[in-house]
Design a protein around this ligand. Structure first.
Ligand code: FDA
Length: 308
């Protein structure tokens, strides 16, 4: 119930206004977001790299309805990739970028988004790294996967995300299990109806485990995005069973969530990548994180209340 209410809140303009203008919110946001600028993002990336972690950077923002805004998002990624490359952080794909197709203009038309994402892919290639397309609300899933398939002809390393909560995802995993294809598997952070998604946590977890098995048995490059200890353990067992080399798959977690576990996994020799968001448009991202762990909501509200 609370999770649903919070996810609905992520779209509320009044709540957005209230929270984003509260000065105390900034200190809390810093736990989950690198900062507002590309320089902040590069600085935090450097720290994570020094800890042996890989990084994928997300310039916050989604659902762009203005072509100029979509172009500005594209330019921001290109500038970021230039900075990361100049700093040597993109070597061997150590730092890459994650792009929300709707921020690049998906709902303005697949052509606009394709052109923008192609420009980001070209900049990533020049910097020696790759791009992953995030998965968003259900209406964006099919157009995103179709666009990724088209762009992959030119940029084979373009990754995409599968949300285990969706009923279609097992079939998507099978279709994507091709040589070298980079697929990030997550549970899914959006509120979707039962007609297209599993709504019970247990069913989502079971779907994740099935998708995991398909990807780990396939010839692609699985990117296992979860903080769930049970699923991380299953991934480790599957890696042993399938004889996967440590550099043939990776664990991924969000910046600020289970950092000790991130380092523990990296210390075992596994590849671990941290999803690092930055930018001023952090509201929807933060509310989705609170929805995943309502006990953080209490902490958040108490922090706001105690300082106001
Ligand atoms: P779950 O939420 O069940 O949590 C399992 C355990 O992890 C908890 O019991 C707790 O120990 C810990 N934990 C989880 N969240 C926490 C928090 N906020 N604070 C503290 N501890 C916490 N979604 C999407 O729809 N599209 C996308 O493109 C992406 N991309 C993406 C990339 C990466 C790298 C990650 C890690 C996640 C995403 N997601 C996403 C988000 C994903 O769908 C999901 O909402 C979150 O990862 C939470 O799900 P878990 O798998 O962690 O399990």
């Amino acid at each position: 119930m609370l999770r649903r209410a919070l996810l609905a809140a992520s779209a509320s303009n009044r709540l957005r206004q209230l929270i984003t203008t509260a000065p105390q919110a900034r200190a809390i946001v810093e736990d989950y977001v690198a900062g507002e600028t590309a320089d902040d993002a590069v600085r935090v990336t450097r720290t994570l790299r020094a800890d042996g972690l890989r990084v994928t950077l997300d310039y916050l923002g989604e659902d762009t309805t203005d072509p100029a805004q979509a172009a500005a998002v594209t330019d921001e990624y290109i500038q970021l990739l230039g900075k990361l490359g100049a700093d040597g952080l993109t070597e061997d794909g150590a730092a890459e970028v994650s792009v929300k197709p709707t921020a690049a203009g998906l709902f303005l038309g697949a052509r606009t988004a394709s052109q923008n994402i192609r420009r980001i892919c070209a900049a990533a290639r020049e910097a020696g790294t790759s791009v992953t397309l995030d998965a968003e609300e259900f209406a964006a899933v099919e157009p995103t996967l179709q666009m990724a398939a088209r762009l992959r002809a030119e940029y084979h390393d373009l990754g995409c995300v599968i949300q285990a909560c969706l009923r279609r995802s097992e079939a998507d995993c099978r279709a994507l299990a091709a040589y070298g294809v980079r697929v990030r598997l997550c549970k899914g952070a959006y509120r979707e109806p039962a007609s297209v998604a599993f709504t019970a946590r247990r069913d989502v977890d079971l779907s994740y485990a099935r998708c995991l098995r398909i990807l780990m048995n396939g010839p692609g490059y699985p990117m296992l995005a979860t903080h769930d200890p049970r699923l991380i353990e299953i991934a480790g067992s599957l890696a042993l069973l399938t004889g996967r080399a440590p550099d043939s798959f990776e664990y991924q977690m969000l910046y600020g969530i289970r950092p000790a576990e991130q380092r523990r996994l990296a210390d075992t020799g596994a590849r671990v990548r941290v999803y690092l968001p930055y930018g001023g448009d952090w509201y929807a991202y933060l509310v989705r994180r609170l929805a995943e762990r309502p006990r953080n909501l209490g902490f958040f509200l108490r922090s706001l209340g105690s300082k106001s």
